[in-house]
Design a protein around this ligand. Structure first.
Ligand SMILES: Cc1cc2nc3c(=O)[nH]c(=O)nc-3n(C[C@H](O)[C@H](O)[C@H](O)COP(=O)(O)O)c2cc1C
Length: 448
């Protein structure tokens, strides 16, 4: 492990790439989006580049925009199991909802992935923003933002208790005495809460990492509160260095306020790079993708972000800012602010705004040379805005192949990124401690 601070880099996999028109780009591998071999090969490429982890987003509802793009989702935890079998070092992060999962089932799923991968599992904790999901789970309506976060807090207490329910030395496995496990080191939770009642213990031994790495991606007040208490890595979307610095400082301060060490929370903004031999070439590549954007898709996405349907407005007229009610913050409270920030700073036409969001849904999109991409990464890393990045290739595999072949070597030459793995688990890649079972530590309950 080098003495100095180095970047943590994840590959954020969207099946065909993050740009909404990636599947229409010549050479796109459309037919492979349900093929485990496709995902294994992307993970193997990320592992060969010594990346920290691959990451899958998720939502338990079909996107309305399926007509225009392959925005379907294979269930990501089962994908991780398939990828674990074809890799040995790359971290494996999947998204799962605290609103639309049962804690006991989810604890089993991630425990299994952590065992199968010998300690590489990570869980992106979301409360699910898409209010249509409720109809897939027998709910009359999607719980409110505050309700979802209250449930998420309790959900985390329960699953953490389950992952801690076997102490590390509970398994005796002594054929001579016939004793396989020490019941005194396997603990029931007897949890009775507002949202869940779970007796426990978990029905599997404690995992190599103890618990999967806790990842989170909320930026609202509730989101930041949950992150400060639980998150070990945070994904976030920022358009400016200043807003990323504000978020970074705030999260680290909140965590320190709860007695946590700031370096045990990795802040990882999204970055979607278009890479070219010259800046002009990179911008031409980006323009090629934007030319494939379908207003039907883009306007639908904008409606979900801002709560207003702009389909009746001229695309090349100034963006009708007056139509947005100031208090209209949507389910994705923080993303609403990101988009409004673009509108107020750049005064785009409707089409220009659609193209701005086309690349990565409000995350930072940069078209430039490998040096320019590396400069951007270094400036946020050194400027108190990031501990690393969620790399979001506009298209796959080409967008990632270019990043791995042309940007990572520059980061290495600058001493900013690892030459090789020094550890085997995701916690070791991120430099995070392995939590002891709170039962073993003699704590009857999780420290609040
Ligand atoms: C990089 C990143 C990935 C995300 N992935 C998902 C996802 O897979 N599923 C989901 O429902 N929400 C996802 N979100 C949304 C967040 O979970 C959260 O709802 C959103 O950031 C709004 O947070 P807030 O309610 O605290 O404002 C993601 C956000 C970011 C920044």
């Amino acid at each position: 492990m080098p003495g100095h601070r180095q970047l943590n880099l994840n590959l954020f996999i969207y099946p065909d790439g993050h740009h909404e028109a990636a599947w229409r780009y010549p050479g796109a591998e459309i037919g492979r989006l349900t093929d485990i071999g496709w995902f294994q090969s992307l993970a193997q490429q990320a592992e060969a580049a010594k990346m920290d982890a691959i990451f899958f987003a998720d939502g338990p509802v079909l996107a309305e925009s399926i007509e225009y793009a392959p925005r379907f989702r294979l269930e990501p935890i089962t994908l991780l199991a398939g990828i674990a079998a074809a890799t040995s070092r790359i971290g494996l992060i999947a998204t799962a909802s605290t609103t639309y999962h049962e804690p006991y089932n989810l604890a089993r799923l991630f425990a299994s992935v952590d065992h199968q991968s010998r300690g590489r599992a990570g869980w992106n904790i979301v409360t699910t923003t898409n209010d249509q999901a409720a109809q897939n789970f027998g709910l009359a309506e999607h719980p409110s933002h505050a309700e979802r976060y209250a449930q998420a807090q309790e959900f985390l207490e329960v699953v953490t208790g389950l992952w801690d329910s076997w102490e590390d030395d509970a398994v005796v496995a002594d054929p001579a005495s016939g004793r396989y496990a020490d019941p005194a080191k396997i603990h029931a939770l007897h949890h009775k809460g507002r949202f869940f009642q779970v007796r426990g213990p978990l029905n599997a031994p404690r995992t190599p990492q103890g618990r999967p790495v806790y990842v989170q991606a909320g930026s609202s007040e509730d989101g930041r509160g949950l992150a400060a208490r639980w998150a070990e890595a945070i994904f976030t979307a920022h358009q400016t260095l200043e807003s990323a610095q504000e978020f970074y400082a705030d999260i680290k301060a909140r965590a320190a306020g709860l007695g946590r060490r700031p370096e045990h929370i990795k802040v990882l903004p999204g970055l979607s790079p278009f890479i070219g031999g010259t800046e002009a070439e990179a911008k031409r590549l980006q323009a090629e993708f934007n030319a494939l954007v379908q207003p039907g898709y883009a306007l639908n996405q904008l409606r979900q972000m801002l709560g207003v349907d702009f389909s009746g407005h001229a695309l090349d007229a100034p963006f009708p800012r007056h139509l947005i009610a100031p208090d209209a913050a949507r389910a994705v409270a923080s993303r609403f602010q990101v988009v409004l920030g673009i509108v107020d700073r750049e005064k785009p036409t409707l089409r220009q705004l659609l193209h701005r969001l086309a690349g990565a849904r409000g995350h930072f999109v940069l078209a430039g040379t490998p040096e320019q991409i590396a400069d951007h990464i270094e400036s946020w890393f050194a400027g108190g805005a990031a501990d690393g990045f969620n790399i979001m290739p506009p298209w796959l595999p080409g967008g990632f192949t270019a990043f791995a072949a042309e940007v990572i070597p520059i980061l290495r030459r600058r001493g900013l990124f690892r030459e090789d793995y020094s550890g085997a688990t995701l916690r070791e890649h991120y430099g995070l401690p392995r939590p002891e079972s709170h039962f073993a530590a003699g704590e009857a309950r999780l420290a609040s």
